[in-house]
Design a protein around this ligand. Structure first.
Ligand code: SF4
Length: 329
């Protein structure tokens, strides 16, 4: 046995059975899968370096792996040499970023998730119809910056409850709310309720902006949380949907919940007095990291794993057009 690996604890007959509940769906969504594959194929097809504006998806492991293969992550397009190839991340970019890339003669591949693009289209359409748009989302998040950039003069960001009182609209009969795709469904509806108290004629988006993957992962974690003493969410600190899973687990009855990038980040003190551990992962997390966490738990006596399935996802998105045209498959 390697140093630092604890012996599997003995379980006496009167001790409750230690077990792991594993949420399904968890991990990669269709938009992340497409974005990561886009960078991988761009590296294969055009060779390194391939520049990527911002983290392609919010996951440390994914970013580090792509960096090792020749991707160069930059914050802004002005860091990309003229004429080079740059991929835009799954979170989307504003029209100003597209324009800047054009001005600098960059070759671009847009890996924006089609479900983020859908929200951009809604923002453009309602701005064209002269609505005030209340965008519920987290200040500073890349997706929100991209969406707001579609119609800055029409969009106001509503993040926290206190932002509701700051909203100013021109015509209360022409107000609509839209949202970031990766929010907590319950918290968003709470914010909508608060906005509607101020603006009773507030219109709903034509279809859900919180995407299927975010919703499904929250439903799965809610189903298992009441039975869990501890929920471990695999995901990065800058991943909005992963952080929401921790909050949703706690709200749904888990006694404790934590976000970890890797199994080795789990603090063994969290396991004290724990019988049932719930495990899930954010939409940007490769399942290998979840499997490593399950192994880590098994080594400590939580070897019995039961999958809790609340939905089967079959959604897949076509690769970005700019890449597809160069690929012979
Ligand atoms: S979390 Fe949702 S919006 Fe974001 S990339 Fe995945 S499918 Fe697209």
């Amino acid at each position: 046995m390697s140093e630092g690996t604890p012996a599997t604890p003995e379980t006496t007959p009167d001790q409750p059975r230690r077990r792991v509940l594993l949420a399904k769906p968890r991990g990669y969504c269709a938009g992340v899968d497409r974005a990561v594959e886009t960078v991988e194929l761009a590296l294969e097809k055009y060779g390194p370096p391939v520049y990527v504006r911002k983290e392609i998806v919010h996951n440390r492991h994914v970013v580090e792996t792509l960096r090792e293969r020749g991707a160069i992550f930059v914050e802004e397009t002005d860091e990309v040499p003229e004429g080079a190839l740059v991929v835009f991340s799954a979170h989307g970019v504003s029209p100003a970023v597209h324009e800047e890339a054009r001005d600098r003669g960059l070759r671009t591949i847009d890996a924006t998730c089609p479900l983020v693009t859908k929200v951009h289209q809604e923002a453009k359409r309602f701005a064209r119809d002269d609505y005030d748009i209340l965008l519920i989302g987290h200040e500073g998040h890349e997706e929100v910056e991209g969406t707001a950039g579609e119609a800055p003069e029409h969009i106001q960001l509503v993040d926290k409850a206190e932002d509701v009182d700051k909203v100013v609209v021109r015509d209360p009969a022409k107000v609509i709310w839209l949202s970031q795709t990766t929010l907590s469904v319950d918290e968003t509806m709470e914010r909508v309720g608060q906005l509607r108290e101020r603006f009773p004629e507030l219109q709903d988006p034509p279809s859900d902006d919180i995407c299927y993957a975010t919703q499904n992962r929250q439903v799965a974690v809610k189903a298992m949380a009441p039975e869990c003493d501890l929920v471990l969410v695999v995901g990065s600190r800058n991943s909005s949907n992963s952080k929401r899973l921790v909050e949703v687990a706690l709200q749904a009855g888990a006694r404790d919940a934590h976000l970890v990038d890797y199994a080795h980040e789990v603090d063994e003190a969290w396991l004290a007095g724990v019988t049932t551990v719930g495990v899930t992962s954010g939409a940007s997390v490769p399942d290998i990291l979840v499997m490593q966490l399950l192994e880590w738990l098994a080594e400590r006596g939580w070897a019995d794993v039961e999958e809790i399935t609340t939905a089967n996802e079959k959604i897949a998105f076509a690769l970005p057009r700019e890449l597809r045209k160069d690929l012979v498959r």
